[in-house]
Every structure is written in structure tokens, then in C-alpha cells.
Design a protein around this ligand. Structure first.
Ligand SMILES: Cc1ncc(COP(=O)(O)O)c(C=O)c1O
Length: 379
């Protein structure tokens, strides 16, 4: 036991969160309506009212994933939880998986997949580049794979991976396409059904603009079939979709206590997307990103990813020679309450990462950031 003094209320002041403008790689800013939804009174996780919200949330998730997939739910946990759920449920020990690595999150897929006993094959591109369908075809000609895993929106590099051609190649070879859409869902079209993605996962805190804590996931009927025909138990109890789907499906069997408030927030965030319209929202993300890109170039800054592969939700800007990147980030936060991030992994110290996601993707934020950066760079 510490002294009484140690626990004096004055030692633990009330929260006074600074009003940050979140323009980093996530979390993004949260709409006041979503914050209100989070603060609404709790109900039980089997309350008929909550069950109704769960149903509607699944419908709204199908809207943003652009899918009819039955098994479409938010995993309780961040994007890494839905990422791990995707792998844990599809991989059986000894299964071959091809993982495309062109950034930090491709590497995380490898780290997770090997923990489930997968035989891993990889192909790599420099950070900031993308894969062609031919590269995946060549890799599958050398080694077979039950699953091909790829990141749609590489948050560490700012590259947007086209998926149509790769999906065709994966399916011609009888595989399942697993896609990380953490930084795209809700801001960039993911088009699960049209592209033919078999497993797609995301996170609540990026373009969906909710607090972190939920990881939407969707499985195609083929992926569901593979799941139902597993010979071994899913090697992760908490993320076992064969059990979780009994809570989200008609049985309503208890698995774990759903994070009620986080689900209320997601529901409200998805309602906002439905009101704006997914297409209009994606156009807004693109338009504001284009203003940012032009403004950066006008300041004489170089963008890391060529225009044709650039990700609207996350831009990587090369830190100019002689400029202290971390110092500029600190000044942005101190002077303007703006958060941007530095590089990750290979790009650490080389780029700034600027996120324009969900409620953060607004012209006034872009204009303020460009003005502030311009001021610093001129001095
Ligand atoms: C592409 C990508 N995948 C996975 C994750 C992991 O998500 P989380 O940090 O919510 O666990 C992130 C988070 O930044 C991401 O950007």
C-alpha cells in the first residue's frame, strides 16, 4: 500500500484532452455524433435492443464493404485483431500462404501467419511500390498457395494496391484472396464482391472515423466453406469465428461480452457514412488528398509515391535534406494542435505520414496544415 497522499485526488486531475487535429496514420477525428453514441447508456450484450443494433450494424458494414457476405461482423479488438482473425480462421498448420510485402503491414502478416503454423512464401516490392498481377501469377507458378494475402492501403508507405487483376490470378489458381483494408474501408472503394475478395478486414479508427477498438471483417461464401471444413480447431479461442458467428447469428450464444459502447460508436459512424453516401465520401477523400498533394508540391516537397499509385487516405512526403522532421512534427502539435506522423520501418526518418481519413478529411484541415508547413519551411 502506498501512502494516503499518493492517492490524493489532486494527484489525478480530471481529463483535459487537447483538441487535436488528427492528421496522422490513425486514429482519425471522430464526429461529435459518434462521441455522443459512445456516451449513451449501456444495455446488456444480449438485450433485444442491442441485438437489433447488431443486425443493423452488419447491414451497414455490408454497405461499406460492398458485399452480400453473410459473415460480416466487427471483431472486438483493433485492426490487428481482425487481421489475426483472418489468418487464424483460414490457416491450418502446414497450409501454404503467399504474402505480398511492400511495407510494414505485409511484414506483420508474415509474423502472424507463422504463429499459426503456415508455410509462408513471400514476394517483395520496395516500400512505396505496388504488385502487378503478373508478379503474383509468377509466384503462384513456382509455389502453390491456399491463401494470397495483400495489403490494399499500405499505411507505412502511402501506396494503394489495385486488386482486380490479382484477384483473377488467385482464383484461377484455386486460392483465397485475403485483403487488409484497414486504411481504405470507408474512404476508398473496397468492392469486396465485385473484386472477389474472400477475406477482408479493417479497423474502426481510420476512414470509418470511430474510436479504435473494433475490427470489421467479412468472409465470402467460399472462405466460410473453408472455415467450416477445417480439420483442426481454430488455434485462437478469442478470435474463433466458428464460435463468434453464433453470437452474431441467430443462435445468440454468448462467446465474450461485446464492447457495447464501441459498437454503438461504430453504428453511428456507419450511419454517418450511409447519410453522406459511400461514393460521395470516397470522392471527398480523393479531392482533399489532391489538394494536399498539389499544396505539398507547391511548397517544393516531394511525394514518396507516384501519382498513379497514391493512397488518398495516407500521403507520404519526403522530409527535405537539412530539415529536422521530428522538430516540425513537434511544432505542428505545439503551435496548431496538428498531429502528423513520421515514417515507419524502412521509411523512418525519411518521410512524414499525413492521414486524411474520415472526419479528418476536410479542406480546412488541409489548408491549415499547408499554411503551417509553409511557414516553417520558409523560416
Ligand atoms: C494497413 C494496416 N493494417 C493493420 C493495422 C493494425 O491495426 P491496429 O493498429 O488497429 O491494430 C494497421 C494500423 O495502423 C494498418 O494501418
Amino acid at each position: 500500500m502506498g501512502s494516503d497522499n499518493m492517492y490524493h485526488p489532486d494527484s489525478f486531475p480530471e481529463l483535459k484532452n487537447p483538441p487535436r487535429i488528427l492528421l496522422g496514420p490513425g486514429p482519425s477525428m471522430v464526429h461529435p455524433r459518434v462521441l455522443r453514441a459512445m456516451a449513451s447508456p449501456l444495455v446488456g450484450h444480449l438485450d433485444p435492443y442491442f441485438l437489433e443494433i447488431m443486425e443493423r450494424t452488419q447491414d451497414l458494414l455490408r454497405m461499406v464493404f460492398e458485399t452480400q457476405n453473410r459473415l460480416t461482423i466487427p471483431i472486438s479488438g483493433t485492426g490487428s485483431a481482425s487481421m489475426e482473425a483472418s489468418l487464424a480462421n483460414l490457416i491450418e498448420p502446414g497450409d501454404e500462404i503467399l504474402i505480398c510485402i511492400n511495407g510494414y503491414f505485409g511484414l506483420r502478416l508474415v509474423d502472424m501467419a507463422q504463429r499459426y503454423g503456415a508455410e509462408i512464401h513471400t514476394i517483395e516490392r520496395p516500400w512505396g511500390e505496388i504488385f502487378t498481377a503478373d508478379e503474383v501469377r509468377d509466384a503462384l507458378a513456382q509455389k502453390s498457395a491456399k491463401i494470397v494475402a495483400i495489403v490494399h492501403a499500405e499505411t507505412s508507405t502511402g501506396a494503394l494496391q489495385p486488386l482486380g487483376g490479382i484477384s483473377r490470378v488467385v482464383h484461377e489458381n484455386g486460392g483465397l484472396l485475403l485483403v487488409d483494408a484497414v486504411t481504405s474501408l470507408g474512404g476508398i472503394p473496397v468492392q469486396v464482391d465485385e473484386i472477389g475478395i474472400d477475406v477482408c478486414y479493417s479497423g474502426s479508427q481510420k476512414c470509418l472515423s470511430c474510436p479504435p477498438g473494433l475490427g470489421p471483417i467479412t468472409l465470402s461464401p467460399r472462405a466460410e466453406q473453408v472455415l467450416s471444413e477445417r480439420k483442426s480447431e481454430v488455434a485462437n479461442w478469442y478470435l474463433d469465428l466458428t464460435m463468434i458467428q453464433k453470437y452474431w447469428g441467430s443462435e445468440r450464444t454468448y462467446h465474450h461480452t461485446a464492447p457495447i459502447s464501441a459498437n454503438f460508436a461504430l453504428y453511428e459512424g456507419l450511419r454517418i457514412i450511409a447519410e453522406e453516401g459511400l461514393e460521395v465520401r470516397c470522392e471527398r477523400h480523393r479531392r482533399n488528398a489532391e489538394v494536399l498533394w498539389q499544396g505539398m508540391e507547391d511548397l517544393g516537397l516531394e511525394l514518396h509515391v507516384p501519382l498513379e499509385n497514391r493512397l488518398p487516405s495516407l500521403t507520404t512526403v519526403r522530409i527535405p535534406e537539412g530539415v529536422n522532421g521530428a522538430q516540425i512534427q513537434n511544432r505542428l502539435m505545439m503551435d496548431y494542435n496538428i498531429e502528423i506522423a513520421g515514417g515507419l520501418g524502412e521509411l523512418k526518418g525519411k518521410v512524414w505520414r499525413i492521414g486524411l481519413m474520415g472526419h479528418s478529411s476536410r479542406l480546412e484541415n488541409v489548408t491549415l496544415l499547408l499554411a503551417a508547413l509553409g511557414e516553417y519551411l520558409r523560416s
